[in-house]
Each structure stands twice: as C-alpha cells, then as structure tokens.
Design a protein around this ligand. Structure first.
Ligand code: ADP
Ligand code: MG
Length: 259
C-alpha cells in the first residue's frame, strides 16, 4: 500500500513580520519609492541607510500607517509603533501621561501603571511625574522610546531617533535600544544616516537609493561590536560606496573611537 508523500510548500520557514511588494510613492513628479520590495523577519533588527531625501522617512511613515502609497502592498504582522528624531512629547502632559497616550480603552490608573513599567525599563522612573520641558534631550528621547514600547509592539519603527543627541548620550541610547530589543524581540527598522550606528546595531543594513533597496549587508558579529573589526570595517567601506561617499582617511573608525 503506497502512501502519498505530501511535500512541504515552497515557503520560508518563518513568514516575515513585514512584507513590502512593489511599493510606489510619488509627490507630484518626484518618484520617491519606486517598485520597492522588502521583507523583515520576526525579531530582526534592520538599519535603513540612505542619503537625505532618499525616501527613508516616507517608507517608515507608510509602514506606520501615516502615509499612503500609490501602488504596492505592505503587510505588517501585529502592532507597529514609531519614534522620531524629535521626541514629540505633549508639553502639557506629564511624562507618564505622554507615555500612556497609546493605551486606549484603559483606565487612567492602568495607563499610569503600564507607563511606570516602561519608564522603568528605559531608566526614567524618577521622571514619571516630570513635565517634558524639564527633561534633557536624552531623557526626552527615552520617554519617546517608552511611549513607542508601551503597547509592546511587534514592529518598532525608529526614524533617526539618536541623530540630535550628543555622542555620549547616543552611545547610551544604542545600549538601551539593544537592551529593549533583546528583552522583547520586536522587529526593528531603524532609519539612520550614520553608517557606524547601523553597523553597531543591526543584523542587516540596507541602502535605499532611487526609490529602491540597492544594497544589503548582513552583520553577524556578536554585540557589542567593535568597529575596527576587519569584517565590519570592510562592510563600512562597502556601504559608504553605495551611499556615494568615498571614505576620507581621517574618519578611520579606530581613530574615531579614541577621539
Ligand atoms: P529622507 O527621510 O530619506 O530624508 P523623505 O522620505 O523625508 O526622505 O523625503 C523623500 C522625498 O520626498 C524628498 O524629496 C521630500 O522632499 C519628498 N517629500 C516627502 N514628504 C513630502 C510631502 N508631504 N510633500 C511633498 N514632498 C514630500
Ligand atoms: Mg527622514
């Protein structure tokens, strides 16, 4: 008696958390995203690089549901939340109330309890009742991150969240984002124009140019990463090339790190 063999369907082992196909967004005659395809795996940390005006924020806004494409499809499995370069806290609400804003249909006490929890995670327990205006730039960005995390999103969209911070605060924020990512494992799409930041943080670095993903590099080095590592230094030169930047001698990572 012959048994019928059932073949596994030809699909990836895990289906992606984000699946973008044929995405097109134009502003008048300006074609910003042009037949763009991208998948992000569950729990994957992707950094999106591109020159100013290349459409990085447009892509993020579409994924966040803040903008609509003219063509193509985007599928996001689960909840997505965004943090921007400017923390965008409401000045007339205390920090915990800002953070709790994303929690609808919950009592104020519930929202504050959950806000206090995430504020603890980002190291802002002592700022729960503070007014946003009293926060430093780094603290405000932590609060913004807490607000993005309050719903425990499956996808965290970060649009240059560290670029307005001073170098030391930025290093602290890198560690914080990695901690949060390790603990909750959302998929992350981090927009940055900083190649080193991308190489420090991401599993995969992608380059957006002329409306499409023109390059991707996987980075498998364990974190925390040293930028002078040979494989990473090689990726860095490669990525700068795809961004149309020739690396000047003086910006060698070994020198930058000791500066
Ligand atoms: P990036 O974040 O990579 O710097 P953006 O996605 O913000 O780039 O912008 C990509 C292009 O789309 C730019 O040329 C920008 O001027 C244009 N653009 C973005 N938003 C709008 C809008 N609302 N109206 C018209 N043009 C826009
Ligand atoms: Mg932008």
């Amino acid at each position: 008696m012959a048994r019928r063999l059932i073949e596994a369907p030809p699909q990836a082992v895990t289906s992606p958390a984000v699946r973008i196909r044929g995405l097109r967004r134009t502003f008048g005659s300006n074609v910003v995203l042009d037949d763009l395809d991208l998948d992000i795996a569950p729990g994957e940390f992707v950094a999106l690089l591109g020159r100013s005006g290349s459409g990085k924020s447009t892509l993020l806004r579409i994924l966040a549901g803040l903008d609509l494409p003219q063509a193509g499809s985007t599928e996001v499995v689960g909840a997505a939340s965004v943090a921007f370069q400017e923390p965008r806290l409401l000045p007339w609400r205390r920090v915990a109330d800002n953070v709790g804003l994303g929690l609808r249909r919950r009592s104020r006490a519930d929202r504050r309890a959950r806000a206090a929890e995430v504020l603890g995670e980002v190291g802002l327990t002592d700022k729960t009742d503070a007014w946003p205006v009293t926060l430093s730039g780094g603290q405000a960005q932590r609060a913004s991150l807490a607000r993005a995390l309050v719903n425990d999103p499956e996808l965290l969209l970060l649009d240059e969240p560290f670029s307005a911070l001073d170098a030391l605060t930025r290093i602290e924020m890198h560690a914080l984002v990695l901690k949060v990512w390790n603990e909750h494992r959302p998929s992350v799409l981090l927009v940055t124009h900083d190649v080193d930041e991308a190489l420090r943080l991401a599993d995969r670095v992608i380059v957006l140019s002329a409306g499409r993903i023109v390059h991707e590099s996987r980075v498998t080095n364990p974190r925390p990463r040293a930028l002078h590592d040979e494989a990473i230094a090689h990726r860095r030169i490669e990525l700068l090339g795809h961004l149309g930047v020739a690396e000047p001698e003086s910006s060698h990572p070994a020198q930058k790190e000791s500066a």
